[in-house]
Design a binder for this molecule. Sequence first.
Ligand code: AMP
Ligand code: MG
Length: 417
Amino acid sequence: MKHDDNCINEFDSSALDEDKALSKIIKSIKPIKKTERISIKDSYDRILAENIKAKINLPSFNNSAMDGYAVNIKNLIKNNYVLNECSVSLAGRAFHGKLEDGKTVRVMTGAVIPNNADAVVMKEMVNIKKEIITFNKNIKKNQNIRFIGEDVKKNTVIFKKYNQLSHPRVAVLASLGIKNVKVLKKPVISFFSTGDELVDINKKIKKGQIYDSNRYLLRGLLEKFPVTIKDAGVVIDNENKIINKFKKLTKESDLIITTGGVSVGDADYIKDALQKIGSINFWKISIKPGRPLAFGTIGSSYFFGLPGNPVSTSVTFDLFVKPAIYKILSQKKRTGIIIKASLVGSLRKKKGRVEYKRGILFKEKDKYYVKVSGLQGSNILSSLSIANCYIKLGMDTENLTESSIVDTMPFEVSHEK
Ligand code: AMP
Ligand code: MG
């Protein structure tokens, strides 16, 4: 009998706690050290392998925050707010002279502020008659001036080793004139599906066969990380074939992920294969879905054997593989946010394990609500596909009634590339 999440005995005292399993995994992983120097154009989402020091100030000169008129406040009192426009300073085409008494220089946003000017009056605040500029607002010293170094000071470490380069950070690098950065090499992550019933989407299926969806799920999950993804296809339920695949993949992968075949069913060969060529733990974890999980090493690669049911694959990836990848990339633990929400409808739940239901979280009149997104079987991919969060139900939680307050974990919004 298979001990996936439909097993009769819901409570299993030998099952391992989710947190314990995760800390065992994290402890045993060593971050990668290999680095490379790349153009910032290719650096989005990559992990820095050096501190970045600013070699210039940002901005590197005092400039105007507005289109307007550069003035000297002392002058204003003397001249009763009436000035002659004497020149123009454009962004990229500066007026380098000194501001003379009784005069003003028209400045555009981003243009150099003339020497001895100490405020800019917005264009919209002035009256212009012929060459005479008049205004009557109170002018404060330094108004509308962007000062040298106010964004980034020269010689400060702006980003540290192991910071991830989001697109605003890459933009900061560009604004500092930095062309190349040293980053961690992308770890190679290979995956394959196991199962005699699996068919590639290019072929027709016969009764008893299914299309392999897990490789598409995994690719999508992995694309959110700065890693090289290798799809190693489908391997049938045959010990030797699985062993050969592992032998090939371990030469080129930092991490290998498989789906299916980790239970104790008649066709679950991952365990037998790994006992011969790897050092692996097989755990029953006290979560639903995703109870069977394998983790260990094959040669120099780390290995995760995830359960075959697609929703279980997704949940175990989120709970265990994701933090493992972050550790490989020297990233500190990243915790998702938890939003407390009022349950719409009731929920079935047995004591003895943590459950991750798939839910739809929404807000109405400043209050959060959540409802399940459809059938909750670990094979029901469609309800995962319309969910925007997990509903996390604790070990001791039992059946829940309408309006119970539950913890929801919103899915990350995938970032733009
Ligand atoms: P297993 O873990 O191999 O016992 O598989 C559990 C369930 O997940 C079975 O119903 C499988 O047919 C299904 N399954 C396994 N691998 C995949 C896959 N790659 N894509 C879709 N379903 C799968
Ligand atoms: Mg199978």
